[in-house]
Write a protein that binds this ligand. Structure first.
Ligand SMILES: *[C@@H]1O[C@H](CO)[C@@H](O)[C@H](O)[C@H]1NC(C)=O
Ligand SMILES: *[C@@H]1O[C@H](CO)[C@@H](O)[C@H](O)[C@H]1NC(C)=O
Ligand SMILES: *[C@@H]1O[C@H](CO)[C@@H](O)[C@H](O)[C@H]1NC(C)=O
Ligand SMILES: *[C@@H]1O[C@H](CO)[C@@H](O)[C@H](O)[C@H]1NC(C)=O
Length: 159
């Protein structure tokens, strides 16, 4: 749904809270940890609206409050340093290219598209290509078979 590219001016970027998460520590073993929730607000150049900026579509699905959902891990300090780093980098950039929903259904913008058109085309193209390729190969095998049957008959008739 985020298909319109525009430029986003960073309004603010701050860590607002911690979110509980759990990480795997082996088979059927889960430990609790937490990660800092970074909220980023941007002003859209296209409309002047201030909306939340998210890293990508996945962030919208798992936690639309936070810009970036890191992989849960034991070391909270490392996660905090990473999120802090992202926050600093965003603040220093001032404006970024972002993607928005032209129909305004989503109250957020995203920075990166995972499901971009190229990805979608790519993922559609390869299965289609394989299917067509496979069909051609099968057709050729069938053709060879029927040709050899015809040849066999022809040689029998000749004899
Ligand atoms: C960031 O900006 C938004 C929108 O103007 C505002 O709602 C929010 O409180 C601000 N956050 C901080 C931490 O200043
Ligand atoms: C997060 O976990 C702590 C205990 O580790 C708990 O006290 C707190 O209520 C939890 N918060 C949420 C939002 O689940
Ligand atoms: C915002 O849009 C205006 C016109 O729509 C344009 O002139 C301006 O350069 C844009 N700003 C940025 C930062 O792209
Ligand atoms: C942020 O991370 C980059 C590499 O990912 C590193 O080069 C840079 O020094 C870090 N900045 C801060 C402020 O930690």
């Amino acid at each position: 749904v985020w298909i319109n590219e525009t430029s986003c001016t960073i309004v603010n970027s701050s860590i607002v809270c911690d979110v509980n998460c759990s990480y795997s520590c082996g088979t059927e073993c889960w430990r609790r940890s937490r990660y800092p929730c970074l909220q980023v607000y941007v002003s859209l150049n296209s409309s002047g609206k201030v909306v939340r900026l998210l890293h990508n579509e996945e962030a919208q699905e798992s936690n639309p409050e936070c810009f970036y959902i890191p992989k849960c891990q034991k070391d909270y300090a490392a996660l905090h340093a990473m999120i802090q780093n992202i926050s600093e980098r965003l603040k220093s950039q001032h404006t970024v290219q972002c993607f928005v929903d032209p129909t305004d259904r989503m109250d957020s913008a995203i920075l990166m598209q995972i499901y971009s058109l190229v990805t979608v085309l790519h993922s559609l193209f390869w299965p289609t290509f394989t299917l067509i390729g496979g069909t051609i190969i099968i057709a050729m095998v069938k053709l060879t078979q029927s040709l050899s049957i015809i040849c066999e008959r022809a040689s029998r008739i000749k004899r």
